[in-house]
Design a protein. Structure first.
Length: 297
């Protein structure tokens, strides 16, 4: 394990140039994994097969004695760093994966990322942020970094102010309950995708639809039990259920994580104007500007 941390000489996000004991491809994969991408998303970014990503990770685990993806990400994120030119303003400055109870960033919104093994079987989950995404460092075609979709530190503060610190705290509590309930269903869907043969077969579709129906029944029960909290937050129950259904359908059909899509206008319009900035950070930035918190960049 020490070879992953010791001797690293590059800045975070350099995609393999940091540790001489790693291949450049292993460094790129670890950097994108630390930014919250699943293996298929990493493969798409790097233009390789997703099983190639798995092979690199499995080899890394075997050679370094690393037990799982979470440990690899933690060691990679905590490696020694030497400055390599100016970093992007929107880079997330916090170590990853995020620890339980993380509160240092005012815009942090915890969400679970399910890690898969080389056969696409779920191995457990790690915490990431719904605003975290991977981006290329400007003027390069191989160095990646974990970017905050909201923007730099000032933009994160403006967004938090626009939505409201108390509202963000209360929404996060509800999100944690939703995440705990969702985890087993998401893992079951991944299992079906990897073990039922062709994922687009009628049998696979019927099984996955059954899991989705169970998920929506359980989610409806949970949100109805929390309706007093939703009412206080001005989040209509029916609108929340519509959003949950949209999210699970996107996951089943396209395998997209939360950071990979925006709330569509037809669903966003179901929510009161005062909470729309939560779902669309650019709205929060614009509203904060209107209220005098700073210029939009």
């Amino acid at each position: 394990m020490g070879g992953l941390v010791g001797g690293a000489s590059g800045g975070a996000g350099e995609g393999g140039g940091g540790d001489p004991n790693l291949t450049p491809r292993q460094g790129q994969i670890l950097e994108l994994a630390a930014a919250g991408l699943a293996d298929k998303e990493i493969a798409a970014r790097l233009g390789i097969a997703h099983r190639t990503v798995r092979s690199h990770l499995e080899k890394l685990y075997h050679e370094r004695g690393i037990r799982n993806r979470s440990q690899a990400i933690a060691l990679w994120s905590g490696r020694s760093r030497v400055p390599h030119g100016p970093r992007p303003d929107d880079e997330c400055p916090y170590p990853k994966p995020f620890p339980p109870g993380f509160t240092e960033c005012p815009a942090y919104q915890a969400t679970q990322m399910v890690a898969l093994d080389i056969s696409e079987r779920p191995m457990g989950s790690v915490l990431t942020c719904r605003h975290l995404a991977s981006r290329l460092i400007p003027s390069t075609n191989f160095r990646w970094y974990g970017a905050c979709l909201i923007g730099d530190a000032n933009a994160r503060r403006r967004w938090s102010t626009a939505v409201g610190a108390t509202r963000l705290h209360d929404i996060n509590l509800v999100r944690q309950e939703i995440s705990a309930l969702s985890g087993p269903f998401v893992q079951r869907l991944w299992e079906l995708k990897s073990t039922t043969g062709r994922p687009d077969s009628l049998a696979a579709q019927r099984q996955m639809r059954g899991v989705v129906d169970q998920f929506m029944t359980s989610m409806t029960t949970l949100l109805k039990q929390r309706q007093d909290v939703l009412d206080r937050l001005n989040l209509p129950l029916d609108s929340c259920l519509r959003l949950v259904r949209y999210a699970i359908d996107r996951f089943v059909n396209e395998g997209l994580s939360e950071a990979d899509w925006d709330v569509p206008d037809e669903i966003l319009g179901l929510f009161p104007d005062e909470v729309r900035a939560y779902f669309r950070p650019d709205l929060g930035d614009r509203r904060a500007w209107q209220r005098g918190y700073g210029r939009i960049r």
